[in-house]
Write a protein that binds this ligand. Structure first.
Ligand SMILES: C[S@@+](CC[C@H](N)C(=O)[O-])C[C@H]1O[C@@H](n2cnc3c(N)ncnc32)[C@H](O)[C@@H]1O
Length: 604
């Protein structure tokens, strides 16, 4: 990680070794479902004025990350379930000329914990391992770039002006190819064709009177044209996006010191382990920090979570978003800092003096864009600053051997909260049957089991947390099966009203479904009311493979009422004195909210 090659883009990620197309560059960080943010944000303003999502630069449309079952209305506004991606994904910039990596979708995995016996169930995100994969060869020292979408640039004209969009580089490359064949042809026909004439001809193209994005993507000199002809248009931009290894070593941070595996700590889920020998005093991991005035984004209030037809109760916090467990704070202030360094969010708690082999330390002033000045200033000044330029290192407190798990101390308050949680769990665990099985797990074991019709279910119902979904698509079973593995599974709610066996022994199901739109674009056009009023379709026959159960919203381990939630403590000796005593009040947040909200109707 080092200063990006894009001016004004902050930090960026570089590769220290050459990467090849299709190589996995990083096996992936955690991902958090941010659920019903706008429902819970209603406590901060009117129902029809929504907070502009402060996480917006770091989130993806949740259903495309496999999170559609996290909200009751995943397809009403892309904001109802978003996938917040810290780590590599949050740190990679976008340079449309040199897109070279893309992200995969996360794995869903609960580390084998069961709600009837494990106090750690629901305490960490099940979504993780969201791979970063090279889409092109990348030279050593090259910055990584992924596609944010052309709209990201088009919607910020004051910052980016007429910068070329992804398509413009293809068109520019085609123009150069057309120009090259023209020149080759001319050379063969005109006796004394010379460089000046080539230059003039190219000038006719580039000195066009009307500015355009494509024009801005074109090479300027004959040398550059030659490079494009030989190696493609990326070759003329690559040098500006490459830093020397020496420069990266001197001014950047190595962020691949850790590998991710199941933790050695029972109940903790996954952990981060040393990839190589890490001597005492060296930087094990490091992270830029997002800044929030308090935990307002993480609070989930008592209310009609499922129906969303009444206002949440501002006086009763019922739960916390899972990313609360991954953010840092200090008892003498309401501030929250959320780390998004590579792998950092996997590091578990170990007490100082025993398990801890790392400690938190602010980066030096000027390093990694960190500014000491921020630590000395009043946090009120930072309210409207998205990126406050805070950077933290995790430094080895002793030699760490390859394969050892990395720990830092989350603080006494965290330890006390965890101990209390474990003790209390003994008195609540009897509420859960050891036979409880998520719909996800059930599907794996019962993928070809005969499903009961609605009539049969009256005598023998499925568990109440199961919700039947269908892929309503004509085509052979293989094609339908493949659709379940897509990023955005277009599954619709459905009911089984009949069943019949065909002559060749296949089982077909007669179903009705609700034709909810499932793409991001279409989702924003649906309202809760329109989805609620939607009629069931005419009956249709589907193969077994088109039907699956999903876990009903708010029934997976994350939403167990007692699931552990506690932020990580910032050590007292590094917490800035200037921040002590800063607590943002509701009124502060209402003011903040007024400045950062927009009109929106989700129900009309
Ligand atoms: C920052 S995350 C660490 C990564 C997490 N293990 C994962 O799999 O995503 C913090 C959460 O990990 C778990 N955890 C970390 N250290 C733990 C410990 N010593 N004992 C039990 N749980 C721990 C808790 O659920 C905690 O809320």
């Amino acid at each position: 990680m080092a200063e990006s090659t894009i001016p004004g883009a902050g930090l960026g990620i570089f590769t220290g070794v050459p990467r090849h197309k299709d190589e996995i560059v990083w096996p992936g960080d955690v991902m958090y479902p941010v659920v019903d943010l706008h429902y819970h944000m209603r406590v901060w303003g009117s129902r029809h004025r929504w907070l502009s999502n402060p996480l917006k630069d770091y989130v993806w449309f949740g259903p495309e990350m496999g999170m559609q079952q996290e909200s009751s209305y995943p397809y009403v506004s892309p904001e109802y379930v978003t996938a917040f991606c810290p780590g590599m994904d949050a740190a990679i910039n976008c340079n449309l000329a040199l897109l070279n990596v893309e992200k995969g979708t996360p794995n869903y995995e609960t580390a084998g914990l069961h709600r009837s016996k494990d106090p750690g169930a629901g305490a960490f995100t099940p979504y993780h391992q969201c791979e970063t994969i090279a889409t092109h060869d990348i030279p050593a020292g090259g910055e990584l770039f992924k596609f944010y979408g052309d709209w990201w640039f088009e919607s910020r004209p004051e910052v980016f002006g007429l910068i070329p969009l992804s398509e413009d580089y293809y068109v520019a490359e085609e123009l150069v190819e057309a120009y090259n064949s023209l020149i080759t042809n001319m050379r063969s026909q005109v006796d004394r064709w010379n460089t000046e004439m080539s230059q003039d001809l190219w000038g006719l193209v580039t000195n066009h009177a009307f500015p355009s994005r494509t024009l801005n993507a074109l090479p300027r000199t004959l040398n550059e044209i030659e490079t494009v002809i030989q190696n493609g248009i990326r070759a003329i931009y690559q040098p500006q996006a490459t830093r020397s290894i020496q420069e990266l070593n001197e001014h950047g941070r190595c962020v691949d010191q850790m590998v991710i595996r199941p933790s050695t700590v029972p109940q903790a889920g996954r952990g981060a382990f040393a990839r190589r020998f890490l001597p005492q005093g060296s930087v094990v991991a490091s992270t830029p920090l997002m800044f929030f005035p308090n935990d307002f984004l993480m609070l989930m209030y008592e209310g009609a979570w499922f129906e969303k037809d009444t206002q949440p109760n501002p006086n009763k916090v019922e739960h916390h978003q899972i990313f609360y467990n991954y953010c840092w704070n200090h008892p003498e202030s309401s501030l929250f800092l959320c780390p998004y360094g590579i792998g950092v969010n996997y590091i578990n708690h170990g007490k100082n003096g025993t398990a801890a082999n790392g400690r938190l330390q602010w980066a030096k002033d000027g390093e990694m864009r960190h500014r000491d000045e921020v630590l000395r200033s009043n946090p009120r000044k930072m309210l409207n600053i998205a990126s406050p330029r805070l950077y933290m290192d995790i430094v080895a407190t002793r030699d760490i051997q390859p394969g050892e798990e990395i720990f830092f101390d989350y603080g006494e308050a965290w330890q006390a909260a965890w101990d209390q949680h474990v003790a209390k769990f003994e008195s609540v665990k009897h509420q859960y049957s050891p036979d409880f099985q998520s719909a996800r797990d059930w599907n794996v074991e019962n993928h070809d089991a005969i499903l009961r019709t609605e009539e049969e279910q009256q005598a023998d119902p499925y568990p109440s947390h199961f919700e039947l979904k269908c892929i309503v698509k004509e085509g052979p079973p293989d094609l339908v099966a493949a659709i379940w593995n897509q990023e955005n599974v277009p599954a619709k709610p459905c009911r089984i009203i009949g069943r019949a066996e065909t002559e060749n022994g296949n089982m077909l199901y007669k179903i009705v479904y609700k034709d909810i739109r499932t793409s991001q674009d279409e989702a924003s056009k649906q309202t809760i009311r329109s989805v609620k009023q939607m009629k069931w379709s005419e009956p249709k026959w589907l193969h077994r493979v088109a039907l699956r159960f999903m876990d009903r919203a708010y029934t997976n381990d994350l939403w167990l009422p007692h699931a552990f939630r506690h932020p990580i403590g910032i050590p007292d000796d590094i917490f800035p004195d200037a921040w002590r005593g800063t607590f943002f009040s509701s009124q502060d947040l209402m003011d903040y909210y007024e400045k950062n909200s927009y009109e929106y109707d989700d129900d009309d």
